[in-house]
Design a protein around this ligand. Structure first.
Ligand code: URA
Length: 201
């Protein structure tokens, strides 16, 4: 079972290998690729999105399509680059057919890996992109309109905690540009928290 497998992994490399070998999520059968993560493992900022889309499925990396391009621009606005100081993943490692919202069962299976992923990556700050990721990681039924912009504390199975900020998904911002204002506040809050928690060397 996913939980036991995830628990047995002691490094991110082992976890990635375990996810790639895992046959317990039916989405894997229709997906072209396993999409595990991108960026710098162990970076102070970790972003967790929803699920790979068509571009991510083709390329095998998270957030490489239009949503990802917007995410990169947003990160750049606070001086962060995925190649330098950000680690990015999704709550699902396989593209749901036709980009449908992953079922709660699919989310629950993959969440064992995602929780372990966060434990092993040890980010100072966690950002949850979109309602599906926020609800799933924080295990709540509250919607993104209520959750966004409010820091939560995620407690992991090893007892460690990490501040987590739900924010709008970039795909939502592409459809609803007026909401970019709130996302800008969220970016400023993320930048502030990172500065508080990672004093300059
Ligand atoms: N949307 C997501 O939530 N994740 C991706 O990787 C791409 C688009």
């Amino acid at each position: 079972d996913a939980r036991a497998v995830a628990r047995g992994c002691t490094t991110i490399e082992e976890l990635e290998a375990a996810v790639r070998a895992f046959e317990g999520c039916a989405l894997k059968r229709t997906a072209k690729n396993t999409v595990f993560a991108d960026g710098v493992p162990g970076a102070p900022l970790m972003i967790v999105g929803e699920a790979p889309g068509a571009d991510e499925d083709r390329i095998g990396k998270p957030f490489v399509g239009v949503s990802g391009q917007l995410m990169d621009l947003m990160l750049e606005a606070i001086g962060r680059r995925r190649s330098e100081s950000v680690y990015i993943t999704n709550i699902l490692f396989w593209r749901p057919p036709g980009n449908r919202t992953p079922t709660l069962a699919e989310q629950a299976i993959c969440m064992a890996f995602t929780r372990r992923h966060i434990e092993l990556a040890k980010p100072r700050v966690l950002v949850l992109a979109g309602g599906t990721a926020a609800k799933s990681v924080l295990d709540t039924t509250e919607g993104i309109m209520r959750l966004r912009g409010k820091w939560a504390t995620l407690t992991l199975d090893d007892g460690s905690t990490v501040p987590a900020l739900p924010t709008f998904h970039p795909a939502y911002l592409l459809r609803t540009p007026a909401s970019k204002r709130q996302s800008w506040w969220d970016l400023l809050a993320i930048d502030k928290k990172l500065r508080e928690l990672t004093p300059p060397a």
